[in-house]
Design a protein around this ligand. Sequence first.
Ligand code: PRP
Length: 181
Amino acid sequence: MHYSKDEIQSVLVSNEAIQARLDELAAQINRDYAGKELLLVCILKGAVAVFADILRRIEIPCSIDFMAISSYGSSTKSSGVVRILKDLDHGIEGKDVLVVEDIVDSGMSMKYLLENLETRSPASIRILSLLDKPSRRRVELQPDYVGFTIPDEFVIGYGLDYGEKYRNLPDVCILSPKVYA
Ligand code: PRP
């Protein structure tokens, strides 16, 4: 990986640890949804890596769909107003939906998303988030399946970006403050 030490402070969660945890989460999901069909929803773009890795561990019948959301700029992020950049291709009425995210931070994006998806009458909705930063939470929201609870650090890699960079790092890393200072 050709990123310099000035960019990456340290590895927070190694790819090896991620893969081991996804084995556990997938086993739990396969048990929880036994006898059902699952619709896995990937929230673009940050969740692409965890989505692809969890998908390949799901052993029950399942279909996939994608949604892209964005908050209305940083100044209004606190308002919790989220814009849908790309909606699901299909309806979710009567379906068991598992939303896959890379990180729940303030929880604003996920709260909006859940409220939006619930109006579409799914049979159930649960959330899987690779990372959870509860210290930053501004709304009451707890993902059903969490990979790792992490401290309040700026994390990149394994799908997560800073200025659209670093998503290709295999590990979740802490961004060096030098990058955004
Ligand atoms: C990130 C992440 C979540 C959201 C979490 O997305 O993927 O969707 O922010 O933050 P919150 O809990 O404070 O709402 P981002 O807007 O960076 O887009 P991206 O996934 O395309 O990188």
